[in-house]
Every structure is written in structure tokens, then in C-alpha cells.
Design a protein around this ligand. Structure first.
Ligand code: G6P
Length: 473
């Protein structure tokens, strides 16, 4: 198999540093979690940003760089201003909300766009420095949409793949972006462009017809003398690793202690990065509605909501955090008592082991994003239920919904409907729970992350080599 160069904004590990010490810890989010396994198995390199290393002293930096090299990663450092304009400003202040249809959150700033372009060139340079003839280059996600186009010019015959981990929005939403042509042109530098769902692929193809005036048959776009292939590759998870943890004695002991601590209450669970796209706020409103409507449930149910800190310096995230804090406070103030609170809100990171214990302990898993490219948490929950029990409540706006039809489907904007679905989930008979879970488990086992990565790589490998770009328009 050819050597694989993975390229993503965030490396699978992040450097956390203060004046006294530095640590290299696993990154959160679907991309890092999902690609960690394929990277470890391959003989390639992972090129990306290791997080803010500006506070490190020279000796600390040398040690961190050694650790990163041992992990077969190549760091691309960003300055404080690039973090603010490229990462926080354009990637997470503009593209992220726009691609998730949250239009009121999109401020357009030309300086942030300039920084986005500059940093995309820097990532491409780092790839070019590592590239050897025959390597496969696989670029990931919305932060790096221009990289394939830049690479195509520098390495005309290289095999380049691009995968978008977030939704590609409808054309009328995408065309709000003043730099829509540049973004499409960048993505089309790849030989293969992959999406989680057919809907995202169709939106992308339609945007091309509209903005670039190119024609296409649904999975092939003739572009600048080459043929770009489009494909649907729904990402999976490392099922075996969750199954192993879910049957580990130590994890099972944690499950027992979570259940004992709940003193017979039924457990709802939410696990998300603290992000306004994840629907945490509306989920809390729906819990509040349930407690309001069903006095008998008060004191009998508990929601454990894990919120992993994320993008804390982006204003929208900081203000969203305050809103969530306030909502949790209000619900607990109204429906809690001296000995109990309905919402157990945990704003921090947890290890995969601890999260697996929570998945195993839960009666009902709530995955209710307003919009989500895939959502791997839903799949992690299912993988962890080796006991065959548990109910998944899933938003119809998560990419995972097209594969996990046996979940209870909710519209995350419909508070009343969600409250009714939560009640239904609590009351679902054991036989029905088990039968739904059986089908869900079979499906995620068949389509795990290894199969996802292998099929993308195999498709890329078998594409004919690109001819150098000539003068063809
Ligand atoms: C999502 C994105 C990833 C990103 C992750 C964590 O899963 O698709 O590209 O890495 O969120 O976000 P962060 O900004 O911390 O890298």
C-alpha cells in the first residue's frame, strides 16, 4: 500500500501548555477520534496543527516536537494572529456556522479570509516538503478547502483526496459566501472528494453547476482537463475498541457505581463538544418540558450532560456556554431538591474509558444536534452497548440518521415533540429496545472506521493518475 499523508487542521493530539508544564493529550472531535486508528495502522504521516505552542520554552518545545515526531505527526505551527483569524475567525466564525445553516452567526471579514488563504498555503507547503512520489495525500475538512487546489498546481500528478466532515449546505446557503468560487476550485483540486451523505454530495454538485458553470454526471466532474470523482463515504468508528472497553472489568465497575449513585433513577445521557450546533440548549428545554408535564417523573429521572470544552475563545461559544449554564441552573432550581438535581452538567473532557462507562450506564442516549455532518457519538453509544440494551434518540438533521433508522427520530427544534419522544424512550418495552439495538449494532459493526478509511483510500488508489494541467480552460 502506498504511504499515506493525512492532512487536517488539528492533529490527533493537542499540546496543552502553561509556564510550568506542557502535555500532549488526545484531541476531541469526530475527525481526530475517527482517523486515529487508520493513522496508527498506516506507515504514513499526519500533518496538522498541534494547538497553541507559543507559551513553550525552547527546551519544552524541543521535547514536544520529539513526542510529535514519535507519533508520526508533523506540526504546522500557527501564530496567535493566525489562530485568531484563520481558526477562530474564518474557519469557526464563518464556515462552521454557514455550513451548519446558522446564518445569523456569520460575520464576513475580508482579513480573516486573507489569513485563511495564507494558512492553507502554509499547510500545502508542509505537505509538499514531506511528499514522495507515489504517496497518497488525504486532506480533511472545512479548514483546509483550498489545500487540494494549491497542491494540484505544485504536484500535478499526485493522488489527492479531500473529505468534508461537516455538511455541505444547500446552494442558496453556500452562495452567501463571497469566496464561494475559490472554495469550490480548491476542493476540485482533489481527484476524489468525499462526503458523509448523498445529500451533501448533491448540494456540492449543484453549487458547482451554479457557481462555476461546470457540467457533471452525479459522481464525475470534468474540471480543468481532469476528471474529479465525488463519492459518499459515511464515516464509522473503531467499533472493536469500544466493544473491548465496554466489557472491561474496570469499566463495568464504573458502570455499577454510576448506577448506584443514581439510586434507581432512569438515566438520560448527552455527550457533546460544547457547540451551538449540538442542540444542547433545546434538549434541555425539552427535558424541562417533560418535567413540567409529568410531575411523576420528578426525582425519578436524571440527565447527565457531558459538555467537552471547545473553541472557548470564539465569542459565539463563550456566550453559548453562559446560556447553557443559565438553563441548567434554572431547571435544577425549579425541579431539584436538597438531595437531587435533574441535570448533572459536566463541563470537561473525559477519557474514552469514562465515556464508555457512561454509555453503558445510560437508559436513553440523546443525540439531538440542530445540524451535524455525521455525529460519531451516536455510533459510539451503540458500539458500547454489548449488553444489547439502551435507547438512542437521534436528530433527523445528523448525518448518522441516514444509517441509524432504528433510533427514535426527533426534530431538535420541536421542544414539545422531543419531550414526547424522551417519554416514549423511557417507556419503551425491553423487547423493542433490544430488537432495535440489535439492528443498529449489526449496521455499525459492518461499517466501521477501518472500512470507511480503506474504501476511501482504495477508491483513490484506483483512480487514473491525473495528467498535468495544460492550458485547457
Ligand atoms: C469537528 C470538525 C473537526 C474538528 C473537531 C474539533 O469534528 O469536523 O475538523 O477538529 O470538530 O474542533 P476543533 O476546532 O477543536 O479542532
Amino acid at each position: 500500500m502506498p504511504r499515506l499523508l493525512l492532512v487536517s487542521n488539528r492533529l490527533p493530539v493537542t499540546v496543552k501548555a502553561d509556564a510550568r508544564e506542557s502535555m500532549v493529550i488526545p484531541s476531541s472531535g469526530g475527525l481526530a477520534t475517527g482517523l486515529r486508528g487508520p493513522h496508527q495502522r498506516s506507515d504514513g504521516l499526519w500533518i496538522g496543527w498541534p494547538g497553541d505552542t507559543s507559551k513553550l520554552k525552547p527546551a519544552q518545545l524541543a521535547q514536544v516536537n520529539q513526542e510529535l515526531a514519535d507519533l508520526k505527526t508533523v506540526p504546522v505551527q500557527l501564530t496567535a494572529s493566525e489562530v485568531s483569524r484563520f481558526y477562530e475567525g474564518f474557519s469557526n466564525g464563518v464556515l462552521w456556522p454557514l455550513f451548519h445553516y446558522l446564518l445569523q452567526r456569520v460575520p464576513i471579514d475580508v482579513h480573516d479570509w486573507d489569513a485563511y488563504r495564507r494558512v492553507n498555503y502554509r499547510f500545502a507547503d508542509a505537505v509538499i516538503a514531506q511528499y514522495r512520489e507515489g504517496d497518497l495525500i488525504w486532506v480533511h475538512d472545512y479548514q483546509l478547502t483550498l489545500v487540494p487546489g494549491i497542491l494540484r498546481k505544485a504536484l500535478p500528478r499526485a493522488k489527492i483526496g479531500f473529505f468534508l466532515h461537516i455538511p455541505f449546505p444547500a446552494t442558496d446557503v453556500f452562495r452567501i459566501l463571497p469566496w464561494r468560487e475559490e472554495i469550490l476550485d480548491g476542493m476540485l483540486g482533489a481527484d476524489l472528494v468525499g462526503f458523509h451523505t448523498y445529500g451533501y454530495l448533491r448540494h456540492f454538485a449543484k453549487s458547482i453547476v451554479r457557481s462555476l458553470d461546470a457540467s457533471f454526471s452525479i459522481d464525475r466532474i470534468p474540471y480543468q482537463g481532469r476528471t474529479v470523482r465525488l463519492g459518499v463515504f459515511p464515516m464509522g468508528i473503531d467499533v472493536a475498541s469500544f466493544e473491548k472497553l465496554a466489557t472491561d472489568d474496570d469499566v463495568l465497575a464504573q458502570v455499577r457505581s454510576i448506577r448506584e449513585e443514581a439510586k434507581g433513577q432512569q438515566l438520560f445521557l448527552g455527550v457533546d463538544r460544547l457547540d451551538y450546533t449540538k442542540g444542547i440548549q433545546y434538549r434541555l428545554f425539552a427535558m424541562e418540558r417533560l418535567l413540567e408535564r409529568e410531575p411523576k417523573l420528578r426525582g425519578r429521572v436524571r440527565l447527565i450532560q457531558v459538555a467537552v470544552p471547545s473553541r472557548e475563545r470564539v465569542d459565539a461559544y463563550a456566550s453559548f456556554r453562559r446560556q447553557v449554564d443559565e438553563t441548567v441552573g434554572r431547571i435544577n432550581g425549579t425541579y431539584g431538591s436538597v438531595g437531587q438535581a435533574p441535570i448533572h452538567y459536566l463541563y470537561r473532557s473525559f477519557s474514552q474509558r469514562q465515556i464508555t462507562a457512561l454509555y453503558r450506564a445510560a437508559d436513553v442516549m440523546m443525540v439531538t444536534p440542530l445540524r451535524d455532518g455525521m455525529n460519531l457519538v451516536a455510533k459510539e453509544f451503540v458500539a458500547s452497548r454489548t449488553d444489547g440494551d439502551g435507547v438512542l434518540v437521534l436528530s433527523e438533521f445528523a448525518g448518522a440518521h441516514s444509517e441509524l433508522g432504528e433510533a427514535i427520530t426527533v426534530n431538535p427544534y420541536d421542544i414539545e415533540g422531543m419531550a414526547a419522544s424522551f417519554k416514549r424512550a423511557l417507556r419503551m418495552p425491553e423487547e423493542e429496545r433490544r430488537s432495535r439495538m440489535r439492528t443498529l449494532r449489526e449496521r455499525i459493526q459492518r461499517h466501521d472506521v477501518h472500512r470507511w478509511a480503506d474504501s476511501f483510500i482504495a477508491t483513490m488508489e484506483h483512480l487514473p493518475q491525473a495528467e498535468p494541467i495544460g492550458d485547457t480552460p
